[in-house]
Design a protein around this ligand. Structure first.
Ligand SMILES: [Zn+2]
Length: 207
């Protein structure tokens, strides 16, 4: 059953999708309270606030705005591929799931921007060498730096977007990245320490 439509990413939210990507959210969705879009992470205020579609705005965008949105596509694809790679390289299972889900959310953000400028295919970007990140902590720190960069990007560039609806998209996504940043800077390391502690206790018990 479709219960809402997210006007930022355009996805229909079904009752069965409520719990998707929960690790990327500070407050989790439940059947009684749908707080965030499970696909792009924006707050539920955007389920109704933009009353018509974001498609077809490309003709009204200034050249500067278009070029900013192209950069936003790259930034989100770059972060999505980072998270995908990171999810495969970290030891902590909880962190791996969080990274995998963040990868999906950031890819959805790239799609949101692509839709705004009618771009069909995401750009293929140069893949950095991640082999020098040796610990889970190094990946958490990098994730934090990337989220901070994204927040700055949206805050700085929203000023030069000439369409109000697109400004709202930037503001909505900036908030999502702030939430990701909080998870990375406060919760991620803690969660893995708890997991490690449990494993240690378990192995002590087993002997
Ligand atoms: Zn959404």
């Amino acid at each position: 059953m479709i219960i809402h439509k997210c006007y930022i990413c355009g996805m229909d939210i079904h009752t069965k999708s409520i719990g998707l990507n929960a690790s990327t959210m500070l407050e989790k969705n439940s059947t009684n309270a749908l707080l965030n879009c499970p696909f792009c992470g924006v707050s539920n205020q955007f389920f109704t606030v933009l009353d018509d579609d974001l498609e077809g705005l490309v003709m009204e965008l200034s050249l500067e705005a278009k070029s900013i949105i192209e950069k936003a596509v790259k930034l989100e694809v770059f972060n999505s591929t980072f998270y995908e790679e990171a999810s495969e390289r970290v030891d902590c299972k909880i962190l791996s799931v969080t990274f995998k889900e963040l990868s999906k959310i950031e890819l959805m953000h790239a799609r949101i921007h692509m839709r705004l400028i009618s771009m069909d295919k995401p750009p293929v970007l140069h893949k950095p060498d991640y082999s020098n990140r040796e610990t889970d902590y190094a990946f958490i720190k990098e994730a934090e730096a990337r989220e901070k960069h994204a927040i700055t990007f949206y805050s700085k560039n929203v000023e030069n977007i000439n369409i109000e609806k697109v400004k709202k998209v930037f503001e909505a996504l900036r908030k999502v990245e702030s939430e990701h940043n909080s998870i990375m800077s406060t919760k991620a390391f803690e969660l893995c320490q708890v997991q490690n502690q449990n494993i240690n206790e378990l192995s002590t018990e087993i002997g």
